[in-house]
Design a protein around this ligand. Sequence first.
Ligand code: FAD
Length: 381
Amino acid sequence: MGGYHSPWADEETHQVGHLARSFFERSVLPHTQRFGAQHRVDRETWTEAGRLGLLCPSIPQEYGGGGGTFAHEAAVLWEQGRLADDCLPYAIHSTVVPHYVERYGSEEQKRRWLPALAAGTLVGAIAMSEPSGGSDLKRVRTVARREGDHYVISGAKSFVTNGSMAGLVLVVARTGEQGAHGLSIIGVEKEHATGLSHGGPLKKIGQHGQDTRELFLDDVRVPVENLIGESEGRGFAQLMAQLPQERLAIAVGAVAQAEYAVELAVRYAKERTVFGGPLWDLQNTRLTLADCATEVRIARVFLDHCVVRHLSGGLDAATASQSKYHSTDLLSSVADRCLQVFGGYGYVLEYPIARIYAGARVQRIYGGANEVMRELVARSM
Ligand SMILES: Cc1cc2nc3c(=O)[nH]c(=O)nc-3n(C[C@H](O)[C@H](O)[C@H](O)COP(=O)(O)OP(=O)(O)OC[C@H]3O[C@@H](n4cnc5c(N)ncnc54)[C@H](O)[C@@H]3O)c2cc1C
């Protein structure tokens, strides 16, 4: 089904998308099984993406980035979703972590971390969630107490994407009173962080190639210069300002995967014979896939509306939440219906539809559970 072009896409983002597509096809997809077995991509996967200029495309060039906009990030995320890659945690590394540094970091932090993140020689992670809870960020228990020129950080973080590969972890920790105003974000560099360790790979039902770990901080000493922001207590406000972009990035990937799922199912239904004729000729198949295609197109138009608003600086948190929960709920539902078209083959991980289905489930949980998203929308009404 053609005839639709995202209004934010132009010649330049098409080129970025093209480059991203060939990178994923060449250097990621053929290794899906191996990455899944080792629960992470190779170190070189990141550096190759960096060499190609695919990492941090919206970070200013003076800090090693591509000097583009969110549209350039979206072009990469879109192609990754359209290929159903679920191994490379591109969004966390490129669309999330560097933006905290770029927006709130000191000049010294920007010069130290951003070029390395853009080159892929430094992998980024953000550690908000804790074993006691990920949704209620105001109750973060990890503590960073001041000792002279250092913070001494203690606590545990759960579900950290890039947890074992990351050289830079943005840790959300309590530097002050209980509640939102006592939180700060501190850049922990693994190389210098005695007392920082991670658990084994979490064996998830999908996204097997992603490096998701628990992190343990046992009196980790970090120079006070690694505080993100000019003063303590700004962490919660920084999270609230940056989470809409993270949620939009999730939405881009979700709609792209949903679109791909429909394409895969249509192709399969036209090739597969049941009861002596094409599966596609059964009205149930045709109507199901027509419904899926229509719902995906509506989601894409709304997503594009959000991307355009974000590019002009006008995307509010509630609208970003709408896009995140709507697109990820839709992905789950579309993946489920499309998988059914494949019959038993849809349950076999070798088929991309199976990976889309398994990877869809968590997208309703991370980046803010969809119930929390709906709560944020309701609060704005
Ligand atoms: C694969 C994966 C990767 C992740 N990557 C990262 C990462 O890189 N960094 C990071 O910090 N975290 C990461 N997370 C954690 C993720 O963000 C949290 O799992 C999520 O925020 C939910 O927190 P929780 O699991 O503690 O669930 P809880 O906070 O205990 O919530 C459990 C459930 O309760 C319901 N709920 C919660 N709050 C409300 C509410 N206000 N109203 C109604 N219902 C509610 C929701 O259904 C929710 O799913 C990742 C998680 C996974 C699974």
